[in-house]
Design a protein around this ligand. Structure first.
Ligand SMILES: NC(=O)c1ccc[n+]([C@@H]2O[C@H](COP(=O)([O-])OP(=O)(O)OC[C@H]3O[C@@H](n4cnc5c(N)ncnc54)[C@H](OP(=O)(O)O)[C@@H]3O)[C@@H](O)[C@H]2O)c1
Length: 336
C-alpha cells in the first residue's frame, strides 16, 4: 500500500503575528528516490524564530520560503531507503528538510547523528544549531572572562539556556531575562544562573542594576527591543554585545525606533557584533564535540518542549512568539 506524505506549506505571508491561516496541510504520495538519494522519515522537527524572517519573501542570508511550497527546517529523521553510499537504512540523520512526514536528500544537506552521544532530539537542540549558536556567539564574540558579568535575554529558550550555562562553566556571574516566573525559577534553581529577571512583571532596569552591581561585561542579545535598551545603559568599559536575535521585532509591521546608542558604545569603548551561526561552520565539529561532552557530563542541562503531531507544527512555531516554550521547542512527528 502506498504511504501518504503530509506536508505543511506556506499558504500566505504573515502580516504581523503569524496565524493558522498562513499554513496549509496537504497530502501527497511519498516521493521516490533516484540515484544517490535517500528517503528520510521525520522523527522530530524544529521550529525556530528565524523562520519568521523567511516567511517575509525577502532574501536575507537565506532564501525566503516560497508560497505554496513546504516549509523547511531542522529535522531529525531515520533513513528508510538509500541509494547513497554514505547513508545506510536505519541510520539517524539531521538536516534542513521539509515540514513533512518524509523528505528526500542527495546527502549534501544532512549529517549523521550518533545516538550514543545524547538523545537524538538534541541534534536540533542543545547539541545542534541552537547549541552551536550559543557556543560560537558567546565564546568567539562575547569572549567572557572569569569573574565577568554576562547578561542573556531570551534566557529560558533554546539558545539562552545554553549561553547561560556555558558562561557559568567559564566562571562568570550570569543574569538571565525571561518572561515567566516558572522560567526564572528554572534558570536559577535548575541551571545555576545567579539571578533571573522577569521582564513582564519587573522593572527591567531596576532589577538589572541590583543583579549587576559591577555592570555588564557581556550582553548576549536574543530579543532586542526595550529589554535591550535597558541592558545597554549598564554596559561596562570594553564590554561586548553579541547580537544573536531580535525576536521582539520579528512580527513588527513598521520598524520600531529605539535610543541611538552609538555614543554610549564610543564612551565605553564597547563592541557590538551581529553574527549568524553559519559564519562559524568550519568550526562545527569543535562545537558539536564540546557540547556533546558537556551534555554527557551533566555540565549542560537541557529541556525540550515537545508538541505532538506534524499538524501542530504551525501552532508550535507561533508559540515561540508568545513564550510557550522552556528550552528547545520541538515537534514530534513520528515514534523513534
Ligand atoms: N544568529 C543566529 O545564527 C541565530 C541562531 C539561532 C537563533 N537565533 C536567534 O536567537 C533568539 C533565540 O532563538 P531560540 O531558538 O533560542 O528561541 P527560543 O528562545 O527558544 O524561543 C523564543 C523565546 O523568545 C521569547 N520572546 C518571544 N517574543 C518576545 C518578545 N517580544 N520580547 C522578549 N522575548 C520574547 C519567548 O520567551 P519569554 O517567555 O522569555 O518571552 C520565547 O520562548 C531568536 O531571536 C533567534 O532568532 C539566532
Amino acid at each position: 500500500m502506498a504511504l501518504t506524505n503530509r506536508e505543511i506549506l506556506l499558504a500566505s505571508r504573515p502580516v504581523g503575528m503569524p496565524t493558522e491561516e498562513n499554513f496549509s496541510l496537504v497530502e501527497n504520495s511519498v516521493p521516490n528516490i533516484s540515484g544517490g538519494e535517500v528517503l528520510i522519515k521525520t522523527l522530530y522537527l524544529s521550529v525556530d524564530p528565524y523562520m519568521r524572517g523567511r516567511m517575509r519573501g525577502v532574501r536575507t542570508y537565506v532564501d525566503p520560503f516560497e508560497l505554496g511550497k513546504p516549509l523547511t527546517g531542522g529535522v531529525v529523521g531515520k533513513v528508510i531507503e538509500s541509494n547513497h553510499p554514505n547513508f545506510k537504512v536505519g541510520e539517524i540523520v539531521e538536516g534542513r528538510l521539509n515540514w513533512a512526514d518524509y523528505s528526500t536528500s542527495d546527502g549534501s544537506n544532512i549529517r549523521k547523528v550518533d545516538p550514543s552521544i545524547a538523545p537524538i532530539s538534541t541534534a536540533i537542540g542543545a547539541v545542534g544549531m541552537p547549541g552551536l549558536t550559543a557556543y560560537f556567539g558567546l565564546l568567539y564574540i562575547g569572549k567572557p572572562k572569569e569573574g565577568e558579568t554576562v547578561v542573556v535575554s531570551g534566557a529560558a529558550g533554546a539558545v539562552g539556556t545554553i549561553v547561560g550555562q556555558i558562561a557559568k562553566i567559564k566562571g562568570c556571574r550570569v543574569v538571565g531575562i525571561a518572561g515567566t516566573e516558572e522560567k526564572c525559577q528554572y534558570l536559577v534553581n535548575e541551571l545555576g544562573f545567579d539571578v533571573a529577571v522577569n521582564y513582564k512583571t519587573e522593572n527591567v532596569l531596576d532589577s538589572l542594576k541590583k543583579a549587576c552591581p559591577n555592570g555588564v561585561d557581556v550582553y548576549f542579545d536574543n530579543v532586542g527591543g526595550e529589554i535591550s535598551d535597558s541592558v545597554m545603559t549598564l554596559i561596562n568599559f570594553q564590554s561586548r554585545t553579541v547580537l544573536c536575535g531580535q525576536i521582539a521585532q520579528y512580527n513588527d509591521v513598521k520598524p520600531s525606533l529605539g535610543p541611538r546608542i552609538q555614543v554610549q558604545l564610543i564612551q565605553r569603548s564597547s563592541m557590538m557584533q551581529g553574527f549568524i551561526v553559519g559564519d562559524f561552520k568550519e568550526r562545527n565539529e569543535e562545537g558539536y564535540n564540546q557540547l556533546g561532552k558537556w551534555v554527557q557530563s551533566g555540565e549542560i542541562k537541557y529541556h525540550e518542549n515537545i508538541v505532538d503531531g506534524l499538524e501542530n507544527a504551525p501552532k508550535a512555531f507561533m508559540g515561540l512568539f508568545t513564550g510557550e516554550n522552556i528550552g528547545k521547542q520541538l515537534v514530534k512527528v513520528s515514534e523513534e
